[in-house]
Write a protein of this length. Structure first.
Length: 133
């Protein structure tokens, strides 16, 4: 957790942390003036990789977000037949719901204890360590 909290590309909120992706420098050289915001976001995503991709992610799988748990590159997804695409989307929705349930459950408990990642990050880490014991 400390490596995530102190990561230079981490954006810490009271009850969540977002570690922004590495964006390949050639992204800045692409023409974007004719693109909508959604198209620009999609383009940026195509130039992005996870901060932990090269070294491997050290997060316990139960702490990973839905993107980490369900990502399949477009080449593979496009090669799936309709049955498997539907199955993939079903699992993606299942993981997204699990992630949201996890977030709501633990955010509520952390609020009850009066702790958060900005003011008392060590207590939040301790809270999650106690769950594993």
């Amino acid at each position: 957790m400390n490596s995530i909290l102190k990561h230079p590309k981490a954006e810490t909120f009271a009850y969540s942390i977002k570690v922004h992706a590495n964006v390949h420098p050639t992204y800045q050289q692409t023409s974007q003036e004719h693109l909508s915001k959604l198209e620009k976001d999609d383009l940026k995503l195509s130039y992005s990789t996870c901060q932990y991709f090269d070294n491997g992610c050290s997060l316990d799988p139960s702490y990973k977000n839905a993107v980490c748990r369900t990502f399949i590159c477009m080449t593979i997804e496009n090669s799936l037949d309709e049955k498997h695409k539907k199955l993939l989307h079903k699992w993606t929705k299942t993981f997204s719901k699990e992630e949201m349930d996890f977030q709501v459950k633990h955010e509520t408990k952390l609020k009850q204890r009066g702790i958060n990642l900005i003011e008392t990050p060590a207590k939040v880490i301790k809270y999650f360590q106690e769950l594993k014991d």
